[in-house]
Design a protein around this ligand. Sequence first.
Ligand SMILES: Nc1nc2c(ncn2[C@@H]2O[C@H](COP(=O)(O)OP(=O)(O)O)[C@@H](O)[C@H]2O)c(=O)[nH]1
Ligand SMILES: [Mg+2]
Length: 339
Amino acid sequence: MGKSTVFHALTGLAPLAGQSDGRNRARPGQIKVADERLDFLERTYGSKKRVEVELTVLDFAPNPKEQKEGAALDPSLLPLIRDLDALLIVIPEFAGKQAALPGALNAIEAELVFADLDQAERRLERLTKERNPASEFERATLQRCVKWLEEGKPLRSLELAAQELAVFASFGLLSRKPALVVVNCDAERAGAAPAADAAAAAAAHGMELFSLAAAFEAELWELDAEGQRELLSAAGLSAPARDRLVTALYRALGLITFYTAGEPEAHAWPLTCGASALEAAGRIHSDIARGFIRAEVVSYADFAALRSDAKVREAGKLRLEGRDYVIRDGDIIHVRFKV
Ligand SMILES: Nc1nc2c(ncn2[C@@H]2O[C@H](COP(=O)(O)OP(=O)(O)O)[C@@H](O)[C@H]2O)c(=O)[nH]1
Ligand SMILES: [Mg+2]
């Protein structure tokens, strides 16, 4: 309970009338990622256009007809959830409502584990029937996972080698997805540290715990920037919860941000931590990756200190990097390419 209110708080999209009729099963909304570094680049270059990172959130409305009595998840939603990068698990703790967090988490995790077990078992059965020697490795990997899942444990906590993970690339395993527990609480408690037992329960599932006063945060959208600041500081908060949530999501997903910036456009791009200059180029455009010659890179800290391309060059802070260079958080890059 409280999922749509959390969605409202994060995206500014108010609940739709009639959303419970089962038609709007997965409603998408965007979180525009607040980014002071991008603000600075836009100002300094006088960029005509600004493109911030956007994360898409989906608000799921279970269909009461599909939801089994007492089940934590409507099973007809599972196929929709498979395509997502991360899960936000909303636990209500507002206005005297107090779901026991460890129990609620266990119930949801059990559904994820069960769905994965079902999928892995079916695939294993097929492979066993086919008896193709080429799928021996896949079979062994699946067997290992089935055993783990049968013990009720999520795949999140199973160590898998890269080669084993590749077996599941197309599965969209649910119990391995990064997940954040969002405790939807009253505004007075949003700034406080979470209860120790709740934090321990989340950690035991390999999840980060996050407090958010959804109804309060949803109200912020009604106000201008000044009004928002006042209301937040009255509640003892320095920034809207979505900013903190984005940081937690970046952590859970292993993401960093790099930038391209100039007079036409200041652009923030999300990238998997450890990705190369070539992969960053591919993020911008496949042609730029195909014709990659080199990347000109300056760190955000150096640019922020020097404030212009000319000074960056003069100070010898512009680096020429090849395709294998590992992009760091905050790098501002310009890719030279030829197609
Ligand atoms: N006071 C208060 N009420 C809330 C909060 N979050 C949700 N609610 C109420 O709880 C009910 C269910 O919330 P909703 O977000 O629609 O839950 P959903 O079914 O999980 O999407 C609605 O009446 C909301 O107004 C909150 O943070 N504080
Ligand atoms: Mg809802």
